[in-house]
Design a protein around this ligand. Structure first.
Ligand SMILES: Cc1cc2nc3c(=O)[nH]c(=O)nc-3n(C[C@H](O)[C@H](O)[C@H](O)COP(=O)(O)O)c2cc1C
Length: 276
């Protein structure tokens, strides 16, 4: 019997919904009409079979149906709420000088584990610099790495050198916007089955933004950290221990110090092409 896929035959009604929904065709119907996974290696562990079963007859990888969220009558944001959110969400560049509660971060990061990843590879790591103290330590390590690079007589572009000087002098934090915390989402691109590490990272950051805002936090994509790795490839290793080749992106977050009383108006900004 498979440890991955356990079926309660007394509950299974042999409807075949799980087999039909299996994107990798890992599930087959046995001669008696029950679903089974003849070769576990073909399963991408997406849990669709478990989620779709109308009778809750499947225990998948130790996950029991009674521990899932029932989707019937589940409260979800409606279209208006999601559309309003997208129009009014803002990048935050002014944060309160306040740590974010660790339990709140933990709740958000656990929920974030549900993001989609290509072929369900699930090779994401969430590295969270979660307090102001840790974030200030990170800023120091980051500046040291920049200064070491400069001492090696390597010229830095102005867009990088100037904010570094301003941060060192305590004038302005253009890189990290004074944020009390930062999430670095990375993907182990060497792990088996990983096909879309860069896209997985960006998708997770986008969902993080949504979850953070829904919980009263504000975020800002930290493009600077990404751009700097092109000039100083070792900076990620030096500051976070993550491999320099690791696909990653970073999100600054904390409680917002500013409020925007109205939306922006960008409905017409993207090029929309229909082919009918
Ligand atoms: C991939 C990406 C990288 C970004 N990097 C930075 C950054 O390093 N610093 C910053 O202040 N804003 C950054 N932003 C925020 C954009 O400047 C911002 O989304 C844009 O100006 C529109 O403003 P809004 O997000 O409030 O709608 C980034 C946004 C994205 C999507």
């Amino acid at each position: 019997m498979s440890d991955l896929f356990k079926l309660d035959k007394s509950s299974c009604v042999k409807c075949g919904a799980c087999v039909k929904d299996c994107a990798f065709k890992a599930l087959k119907l046995s001669n008696e009409g029950y679903p089974e996974i003849p070769q576990e290696a073909t399963c991408m562990k997406c849990q669709h079979c478990f989620a779709i079963c109308p009778k809750g007859a499947i225990v998948f990888d130790g996950k029991r149906p009674q521990d899932s969220i029932e989707t019937k009558n589940l409260e979800l944001p409606n279209a208006i709420a999601v559309e309003n959110w997208l129009r009014t969400r803002r990048s935050c560049r002014f944060f309160k000088d306040e740590d974010v509660n660790q339990n709140l971060i933990d709740k958000i990061l656990k929920t974030l584990g549900n993001v989609p990843t290509g072929c369900n590879a699930r090779s994401l790591t969430f590295t969270c610099i979660s307090t102001r103290e840790a974030m200030n330590g990170f800023r120091q390590d980051f500046l040291h790495a920049i200064e070491e690079h400069r001492e090696g007589n390597k010229l830095l572009p102005r867009w990088l050198a100037l904010p570094a000087i301003l941060l060192r002098k305590g004038v302005e934090d253009i890189f990290f916007r004074g944020a009390p915390s930062m999430l670095i989402v990375s993907s182990d691109e060497t792990a088996p089955g990983v096909t879309t590490p860069n896209e997985d990272v960006i998708a997770a950051c986008t969902y993080f933004e949504m979850l953070a805002e829904a919980n009263g936090l504000a975020t800002c994509w930290c493009g600077f950290l990404k751009m700097i790795t092109k000039e100083i490839p070792e900076i990620l290793e030096k500051t976070t221990g993550l491999r320099r080749t690791t696909p990653f992106y970073a999100m600054l977050f904390g409680f917002p110090k500013v409020r925007y009383p109205r939306s922006v108006q960008r409905d017409s900004y993207a090029n929309i092409i229909y082919r009918r």
